[in-house]
Design a protein around this ligand. Structure first.
Ligand SMILES: Cc1cc2nc3c(=O)[nH]c(=O)nc-3n(C[C@H](O)[C@H](O)[C@H](O)COP(=O)(O)OP(=O)(O)OC[C@H]3O[C@@H](n4cnc5c(N)ncnc54)[C@H](O)[C@@H]3O)c2cc1C
Length: 590
């Protein structure tokens, strides 16, 4: 049974990240830390009471394709209705069209609970939010008025249609064809892997589709963005005729079985009616505007599933007895202690917990930077926060989702053979986690974005500013507590390793593409190490206010410094020395 980690979340957003900085900023008139706490309490109730109980059922039953459309499990339909009734679709949307305008940092904390309790369910509101942002930022006033209120209220959902059979990571290869016709276009083509491309939660689905207007330039400069409603919307907002878009099939896949992954065919008959968003040929640019939010939202799925895997592994290891642990640190009494007391099982549990907390901290810090970038008054601070948020997004997406898979796998390992048996649920977490490093840009694509667009383009300015800030903050931490001193020293060594690797990377752009994933992982481990050391310091200073919680936090920080941060040295060496043996290899001769 999943339990929302409310104490961890409150500590992270209020103390570690300092969300009180957002209070009173323009565009956030109602935000307060009390408001955030109340929202988190309610979200925890929903995640634990409504979404978690149907997570297994969703895995077993899955979405079903029929000639009349995709059918969702009845329990998922009921949960979606409750989600809408609770106003959850409105949390992050703009107030002008019925949203509550909550900041990204709170939205990220809440979405973790949806992802941990039921990843397959979470994807529908996440994609709708992406579509809402695309229309809100790039659509006309008339489009906003026509679509946003019903998408924000949850009456309709939204999708993102990028992928085609020949165009996955390489969107330049998109072929979907758009032919102008009066005030709209007719669309012809096939999209694959479209999450919630069809379902029976709602009466309409608003597809955001990338296509190419006839005669447009080749490559990414000829891609446009279109709104394609499943059912056409009349001028008075009522539903009209069905559009020419059809779900041909849904995929049978490794995990997230209750999230329909659809093949959508546009224009089998007269052509799907499509409305251009913004200007022709600027579609990819518009997609990139909202990419940060979408990538953050997928990034959090990694640590959300790691959290779930950890909770389950901890519970199991506290009851399973197997041999007498050879360690001093066992409870008194005559009973043989459970496997949690075997040092190697403890190592696995500590690894899960330490990485989960660190990845959560990095994601919430990134979210906070995006909020500051959006809501601070014009000036250097605003620009710096925006650049830092953008720098961190590929790290959150790549590092956290890769960790999600490894931590879910450790969860299976803690269960031993029972982890491999579906009955325990540990296997579902591993299967569900595997998609997160793939969709919304694979880890390789994130790492290419990090070294090319985020570090390469400004010659390392944003990364070096972060490195300098981390170093300065760490140096200010008191060394009077031996544990904090150790965390501080390990984190400073990590920061130095990141600095070295960044300098080496900038000198060798070709090599950078070969070692960009180790560089991305290095960024995650080190930034996570900086925030873990800060958490350690806070935990020592507040130890008496909640002794058990803060003692555990200190324990986790000591473990991170001694067992996880040393990885930074290896990764840094790989970035500096590893490229040649990759570049020289010929796949034809392997
Ligand atoms: C369950 C699921 C849900 C999805 N939901 C959606 C959705 O809602 N909307 C949507 O549009 N798409 C969706 N997708 C598609 C998803 O975004 C793509 O699968 C993903 O972007 C990878 O593209 P691809 O599958 O074509 O892999 P490929 O692009 O063929 O990649 C194969 C491998 O090559 C590597 N590679 C490719 N190009 C490069 C490069 N330039 N540099 C380095 N490495 C590279 C990749 O990292 C990967 O390891 C979904 C996919 C799945 C499986």
């Amino acid at each position: 049974m999943y339990k929302a980690p409310l104490k961890e979340l409150r500590f992270a957003i209020h103390q570690l990240i300092g969300d009180e900085r957002l209070v009173g900023l323009s565009g956030l008139p109602d935000y307060s830390t009390e408001f955030a706490d109340a929202v988190l309490d309610e979200a925890a109730r929903f995640a634990e009471g409504v979404l978690d109980p149907i997570n297994r059922l969703g895995d077993r039953t899955g979405a079903k394709w029929t000639a009349e459309g995709v059918r969702m499990p009845a329990e998922f339909k009921a949960a979606y209705a409750k989600f809408v009734e609770g106003g959850w679709t409105q949390l992050r949307a703009e107030a002008e069209f019925g949203g509550q305008g909550a900041p990204t940092v709170l939205g990220t904390a809440v979405e973790e609970l949806w992802a941990s309790s039921n990843l397959a369910f979470k994807l529908c509101p996440m994609l709708t939010q992406g579509a809402v942002e695309a229309i809100n930022q790039c659509g006309s006033q008339a489009q906003k008025e026509k679509y946003l209120p019903k998408m924000i209220s949850g009456e309709w959902t939204g999708t993102m249609n990028l992928t085609e059979p020949q165009a996955g990571s390489d969107l330049a290869a998109i072929r979907t064809r758009a032919v102008p016709e009066g005030d709209h276009y007719r669309l012809y083509g096939q999209k694959i892997f479209i999450t919630y491309g069809d379902h029976d939660y709602t009466s309409n689905i608003i597809h955001m589709v990338l296509g190419r207007v006839e005669g447009a330039p080749a490559g990414v400069r000829g891609i446009s963005l279109f709104i394609v409603p499943k059912v056409l919307v009349n001028d008075d907002g009522s539903l009209g005729k069905p559009n020419d878009v059809r779900c041909v099939s849904i995929e049978h896949k490794l995990g997230i079985h209750a999230s329909p992954t659809c093949v959508l065919s546009y224009g089998d008959k007269e052509g799907a009616v499509a409305y251009l968003v913004g200007e022709e040929n600027r579609g990819l640019e518009y997609m990139f505007i909202m990419m940060n939010a979408a990538r953050l939202s997928v990034g959090l799925e990694g640590y959300a599933l790691a959290e779930r895997a950890y909770q389950q592994a901890l519970e199991y290891s506290r009851t399973r007895v197997q041999g007498k642990p050879k360690t001093n640190n066992v409870p008194d009494g005559s009973k043989v202690p459970p496997i949690a007391y075997h040092p190697d099982v403890k190592r696995m549990l500590l690894t899960q917990k330490a990485y989960t907390d660190a990845a959560r901290a990095v994601a919430l810090y990134a979210a906070m930077q995006l909020d500051l970038g959006k809501h601070l008054p014009e000036g250097d601070e605003k620009a710096k926060a925006q650049a830092r948020g953008e720098l961190l997004i590929p790290i959150v997406k790549g590092w956290s989702t890769e960790l999600g898979v490894t931590m879910a796998s450790l969860g299976v390992q803690v269960h031993g053979g029972m982890g491999f048996i579906e009955e325990t649920g540990a296997a579902q977490i591993l299967r569900d986690s595997r998609i997160a490093p793939i969709y919304e840009g694979t880890t390789g694509i994130q790492a290419g974005d990090l070294v090319g667009r985020k570090v390469g383009r400004d010659n390392g300015a944003a990364m070096n500013a972060l490195i300098a800030d981390m170093q300065a903050e760490l140096e200010k931490l008191s060394s009077s507590d031996a544990g904090v001193a150790a965390s501080k020293a390990a984190a400073l060594e990590g920061v130095a390793a990141l600095k070295d690797a960044t300098a080496a990377l900038l000198k060798d752009p070709e090599g950078a593409l070969a070692t960009c994933v180790p560089y991305l992982m290095l960024g995650g481990v080190v930034i996570g190490g900086w925030l873990t050391a800060k958490a350690h310091d806070l935990a020592v200073r507040q130890a008496s206010s909640d002794p058990d919680f803060f003692a555990a936090k200190q324990q986790i920080s000591r473990f991170y410094a001694a067992n996880l941060l040393p990885e930074a040295q290896t990764l840094s060496r790989v970035v500096k020395q590893g490229a040649a043996s990759i570049l020289e290899a010929d796949p034809a001769k392997l």
